[in-house]
Design a binder for this molecule. Structure first.
Ligand code: BGC
Length: 769
């Protein structure tokens, strides 16, 4: 038997090698050879070995680097584990692959997963910041580079992209996604998948620098009630399908190999027990062929959710729902075999899950060469590669949003005699990196203070004053801040949140500036103004969510939103402050005036009584305007742009026909700059109340002073579609208004009439259960 097995495995590996040497014409995820290989291995497996493939265990950091947990190597030998997370390093993963493929009975290679959210060692802007660039190609490129760097350390799998739409900035994980908009979120979701996986439709998998992407968190994790992470999600089916599901779908269509279930329940059904989500929607409706992984401990959490009495029951619910891999819980490892033997879980369910795991391992090329990711030469070459650091700075500059620039306060002159850099975040390198920064090192990150120092020559004196802590009430530094502000020629205030004030479990009940930073800012602004009414004072914000900053918006002469920009944060900010780069980012989230306005998003429905100042009985507040402080899509430049000649390719089209919308955009200012041209669409009269407008296209362009460019958008059938009352995807005849401009407030508009009968694009969505 053993000899038979050895020969069999050798044959299997030979098949894998020869097939993978050729250019695959079909996606490696769905290839017939991969399926054949998985079937042949499956036939050899014991039930325990099958369950082992579904077991994903976390490693931990030690003095010598990340290591598997105690007993991990023995588990690899016995086939009791199929993958690890947070374990990497070329040499170490090579050794573990050696054990797996030489010392275990079935010689199945391992997967190594890690959260590569916005870089591995070179850190790029946090995803929310990158979304502000509205630059799909740039976002794809940073994911690509992150994969190149991470795979060189033996990693095969990233738990990214997070594509959860978030309309509530109290929720800390808004920093990890692309913000509030479904269209922008879907475009960037697909871009990141292509970047990590080295191409579209998983075609890049199999290359040693491509890794499995994970679409997370499925589904609607960003809808957490009250902005409290992990909390219940209550959504109408319409909003779920219209707003929350499309970004996951877009990522799946781009070929994402894996999907992660979300911690939340949706209308009472925890995602980890939702056969409707994993099987009906994801696999049947969307045709997903990859594997589904639980979130950390998510299967065990079915117990506190109140749908499982114990770990064994939780495991049964998880596998029945279609969760293939159990992350960190070891519930499958401990219980699944017994539950199969007891007849509570059909072995076919386990087999399907195992096959998906094996096919993914095949797709990565691990059966032909388990060491392909564990390459010390590549590890050395790509860690903090100069081209990655350069790209990080470019991505960082593109992510910056200029919120205010009264009287051309910015850019600052480099010939200043003194500049005061004030604020608790000015020299906070950890915060520059942002949360989920993998193995990014604070000592390798450039702070705003450092960036300013290196941008200026020795003749400018930089006065650095902390002023106040981030979030405690301490005014003892105010006096020094006031003095610096009145003495210096220009003032830069660096305010906001520490990186750990957003991200997982880091929610805030208030999105105002924490601590006494607002008071510090007003003190400094007034001191500067008292000394010299035209002294430039610039606020640089660092934060992982939208903030409510009404006083700053009215008092500060200039405001630069810098989010958390990664390794090159300070250089990118300095590029903008001193005019070496003209900012062109736009907000991917609405900025409210106060926390009480949340949720506040641009594509709301109109209501029957839209807000009207002159009419008391309309939808608004007594104590606050209903409008945002800064709308979605907003952002200024050092130059100005003018829009003209908005036109459509036809005044009337048949339902289902495409439409081209064109506009001329002119740089009407005196320096070159980027503009994000945005197109929004409104279905004027429909069978259901539709949002006042929805983003349907955007393009970031660079124009020289005086240059005019015609930007054309092609709107396909789906741009005009909605879910009707039966939840069918349809295009209804009638008029549509198109808005094109510089933000979601764009008012230049055109009309198109869609004629014909209602066109049904897709049957009703599967009913929620
Ligand atoms: C997070 C996931 C992450 C996982 C592994 C969980 O707590 O919700 O997004 O991928 O940990 O680190």
């Amino acid at each position: 038997m053993t000899r038979h097995l050895t020969l069999f495995c050798a044959a299997v590996i030979a098949v894998a090698t020869t097939t993978q040497a050729q250019t695959p014409r079909e996606s490696p995820l769905t290839s017939a050879k991969g399926a054949q290989l998985a079937d042949s291995i499956l036939r050899l497996m014991t039930l325990e070995e099958k369950v082992g493939q579904l077991n994903l265990l976390p490693g931990g950091g030690t003095q010598t680097g990340p290591r598997v947990p105690e007993g991990g190597e023995a588990l690899v030998r016995s086939g009791g584990v199929g993958s690890f997370l947070n374990v990497f390093g070329a040499e170490y993963t090579r050794e573990l692959q050696r054990i797996a493929t030489q010392e275990s009975r079935l010689k199945i290679p391992l997967l190594f997963g890690h959260d590569i959210i916005h870089g591995f060692r070179t850190i790029y802007p946090i995803p929310l910041a990158e979304a502000a660039s509205f630059d799909t190609a740039r976002v794809e490129n940073t994911a690509r580079q992150a994969a190149i760097e991470a795979t060189a350390h033996g990693l095969t799998w990233t738990f990214a992209p997070m594509v959860d739409i978030a309309r509530d900035p109290r929720w800390g994980r808004i920093s990890e996604g692309s913000g509030e908009d479904v269209y922008l979120g879907s475009m960037l979701a697909a871009a990141r998948v292509r970047g990590f996986q080295g191409g579209d439709n998983a075609m890049g998998l199999g290359s040693p620098d491509a890794m499995l992407a994970t679409v997370k968190h499925f589904a609607a994790y960003g809808g957490a009630e009250g902005g409290r992470d992990y909390n219940s999600v209550e959504l109408s089916e319409r909003t779920l399908w219209e707003t929350f599901l499309p970004a996951y779908d877009a990522a799946v269509k781009a070929g994402a190999a894996t999907v992660m279930a979300s911690f939340n329940d949706l209308g009472g059904v925890p995602a980890h027990s939702s056969d409707w989500l994993m099987n009906e929607v994801l696999r049947n409706q969307w045709g997903f062929k990859g594997l589904v992984v639980s979130d950390w401990g998510g299967i065990g959490e079915l117990i506190p959710h109140g749908v499982a009495a114990n770990r064994a029951d939780a495991g049964v619910l998880g596998i029945r729902a279609g969760i293939d891999i159990d992350m960190s819980d070891a519930i499958y490892a401990e219980n699944l075999a017994a539950q199969v033997k007891a007849g509570r879980v059909p072995v076919a369910l386990v087999d399907s899950a195992v096959k998906r795991v094996l096919r993914v391992k095949y797709a990565l090329g691990l059966f032909s060469d388990p060491y392909r990711f564990s390459d010390a030469t590549r590890e050395k070459r790509y860690t903090l590669a100069p081209e990655h650091v350069t790209a990080s700075r470019i991505a960082a500059r593109e992510s910056i949003v200029l919120l205010k620039n009264a009287s051309r306060t910015l850019p600052l002159r480099k010939t200043l005699r003194t500049i005061a850099v004030i604020g608790p975040l000015a020299d906070d390198a950890q915060s520059a990196l942002g949360n989920w920064s993998a193995v990014g090192q604070a000592k390798e990150a450039v702070t705003v203070l450092a960036g300013i120092r290196s941008a200026l020559g020795p003749s400018t004196r930089v006065i650095a004053v902390r002023g106040a802590p981030v979030d405690t009430a301490d005014t003892s530094g105010f006096a020094a801040a006031r003095t610096a502000a009145s003495q210096a020629d220009a003032v830069v205030l660096v305010l906001g949140e520490r990186e750990n004030m957003s991200g997982e479990a880091s929610n805030r009940a208030s999105v105002e500036l924490p601590g006494l930073q607002r008071d510090l800012a007003l003190t400094v602004i007034r001191a500067a103004r008292a000394a010299n009414a035209t002294k430039p004072v610039v606020v640089v914000l660092m934060n992982g969510r939208s903030l409510a900053i009404p006083e700053l918006a009215s008092e500060a002469p200039a405001i630069v939103e810098s989010w958390f920009l990664g390794s090159q944060h300070g250089n990118a900010v300095a590029d903008v402050l001193f005019g070496d780069y003209n900012p062109g980012g736009k907000l991917p989230v609405t900025f409210p005036r106060a926390t009480g306005q949340i949720p506040l998003y641009y594509n709301h429905r109109n209501t029957g009584r839209p807000a009207d100042e002159k009419n008391h009985y309309t939808s608004k507040y007594l104590d606050l305007p209903w409008t945002p402080l800064f709308p979605f899509g907003y952002g200024l430049s050092y130059t100005t742009f003018s829009y003209s000649n908005l036109r459509v390719s036809a005044p009337r089209i048949n339902a289902g026909d495409p439409l081209t919308v064109s506009v001329d955009v002119r740089n009407s200012g005196d320096r070159a700059g980027d503009e994000v041209v945005q197109l929004y669409l409104r279905d004027d009269v429909a069978s259901v109340a539709e949002p006042v407008r929805n983003l349907k296209g955007f393009r970031r362009i660079n124009l020289k002073p005086g240059e005019t460019r015609t930007v054309a958008f092609r709107l396909g059938a789906d741009s005009f579609a909605l879910y009707d009352r039966q939840m069918r995807r349809v295009i209804e005849p009638g008029t549509f208004t198109i808005f094109v401009g510089t933000s979601s407030d764009a008012d230049a508009s055109a009309r198109v009439e869609v004629s014909g009968d209602t066109l049904v694009l897709a049957p009703p969505t599967p009913r929620f259960r």
